[in-house]
Design a protein. Structure first.
Length: 462
């Protein structure tokens, strides 16, 4: 009763889904609830209220009226079966929860738990119906009387009834048996239903287990193929071990990139734009390259285009080369988590460990750049890569203050890098967070100076 009393008004505060958008306005919430599940919920709550009132009236068992009321209360309790209708709501809630789970293994575990809970709930109601079927029959020939449970405590009555219900779904022993025609008919119906329901339950559990096994089947098959290939080619033991260690590390990795999910190529372009904006907008707006400006309404579309056309995601497993020394830089790399090692003879110790967020080869946005070192993933690392050609094309097509700002910033950074070359070599590592932010501030200053002291309305100093 307490749950339904809280759930009824609380539902008016729960947002509703309107064409894929969460609507929290009270009007649409109330309209959808009043035209949907309000009256079944209200009926359930009303039945409980009436039962409480009539139970209080029947508590005085000294009058014939109270005895008749007690019999009516027993009958009204059967109407509580209306609560089964609300199992549809519980199923919807479970589906929403499972949609938000991102682990394949946890999803399968939840599927198994859901099937188990369904069996438990069904057995609960069968147990209650089994006891009510016997308790409401007048006479000594009932299983409740035969096993001395007529005046037993509620816990004993429920446990015996629940045990009987569970044994109908599985080959298990049980000493409770029907004692009359009505109980035998009820038991026969439950056995028929249990035969169908338990078969479905076993099938669902088998499918979930097979899905769980399928996750490891692919990697096991690949490992067998690698073992056969390396054995046939008589590869050296050391190289064999290195290749197998790499393959095992890659199989353990749980990271999945967008390009590995083929179905994302089939979703509408508008949804892909929204997805890319959510994935990469923080990188664009939080980058030191744009630290001198603030994105306004006039260039918000440019940011969306940067996210959609310029950025992509790549995942490099442990010991995998991200780029090699001397190759032309086709992308700008932004590491997001994981651990990498950058090797270069231009560094004091020939190597530098990179963790967290790091920008690499950012000068490729403004100049033709060749990598001056080798980047190796020490652990599985996620990279957001930026295409310089697409970036330059979008900036030029936007024109105006944004293009002028990025062009000025590029000139300053290239000039600074050329000046550094006189004393030390420039590597693929960033020129420095503070340095680029200072250059970005100067770029805006030049932009303001060139426009007579007033910057374009689409950007302003931060």
């Amino acid at each position: 009763f307490i749950y339904w009393a809280i759930d009824l008004p609380g539902t008016f505060l729960v947002g509703v889904d309107v064409d894929g958008t969460l609507d929290m306005r009270p009007g649409p919430i109330a309209k959808k609830y009043l035209t949907g599940w309000f009256f079944p919920d209200f009926l359930i709550l009303l039945i409980d209220i009436v039962l409480f009132i009539m139970t209080a009236v029947a508590s005085d068992a000294s009058t014939p009226q109270a005895l008749r009321t007690a019999s009516l209360v027993r009958l009204l309790r059967l109407f509580r079966i209306v609560r089964l209708v609300r199992l549809h709501k519980a199923a919807s809630i479970v589906e929403v929860i499972m949609m938000r789970v991102r682990s394949e293994y946890l999803t399968l575990v939840l599927k198994i738990l859901r099937q188990s809970m369904i069996i438990i709930v069904v057995n609960h109601y069968i147990a209650c119906a089994w006891f009510a079927c016997s308790d409401n029959i007048e006479g000594p020939d009932t299983w409740v009387n035969a096993f001395g449970l007529k005046h037993a405590d509620v816990a004993s009555q429920y446990l015996v009834s629940f045990h009987w219900a569970v044994t109908q779904f599985a080959p298990a022993t049980n000493n409770v048996a029907p004692q009359n025609a009505i109980e035998r008919a009820f038991a026969s119906l439950i056995v028929i239903y249990a035969f169908v329901a338990f078969s479905s339950f076993v099938s669902a559990m088998t499918n979930a287990t097979n899905e769980l096994r399928a996750f490891t089947l692919k990697s096991a098959r690949q490992e067998a193929q690698i073992r056969k290939f390396l054995g046939d080619k008589k590869v050296s033991s050391d190289l064999w071990c290195q290749i197998r260690q790499f393959c095992k590390a890659k199989a353990v990795s749980q990271m999945v990139s967008e390009k590995e999910i083929a179905v994302l190529n089939d979703i509408p372009e508008s949804l892909r734009i929204m997805l890319h904006e959510e994935l990469y907008q923080d990188i664009v707006l939080g980058s030191h390259i744009l630290s001198g400006i603030q994105v306004g309404d006039d260039i918000s579309q440019a940011v969306k285009r940067f996210c959609h056309f310029c950025f992509s995601e790549e995942i490099f497993s442990a010991k995998l080369d991200v780029f090699m020394d001397g190759t032309e830089a086709q992308r700008v790399y932004v590491s997001r988590g994981g651990k990498c090692i950058y090797w270069s003879i231009l560094l004091p110790k020939n190597r530098q460990t990179l963790e967290g967020t790091n920008w690499l080869s950012e000068l490729a946005l403004w100049a033709k750049w060749h990598h001056r070192g080798q980047l190796v993933a020490e652990t599985t690392t996620r990279f957001m890569t930026l295409d310089p050609k697409s970036f330059a094309t979008i900036a030029a097509s936007e024109g105006g203050a944004l293009h002028a700002y990025l062009r000025t910033l590029g000139l300053l950074l290239i000039s600074h890098a050329e000046a550094m070359e006189e004393d030390e070599e420039v590597t693929d590592l960033t020129l420095g967070e503070r340095l680029i932010r200072a250059m970005a501030k100067r770029s805006y200053g030049f932009l303001s100076f060139g426009s007579g002291g007033r910057a374009d309305k689409s950007i302003r100093m931060t």
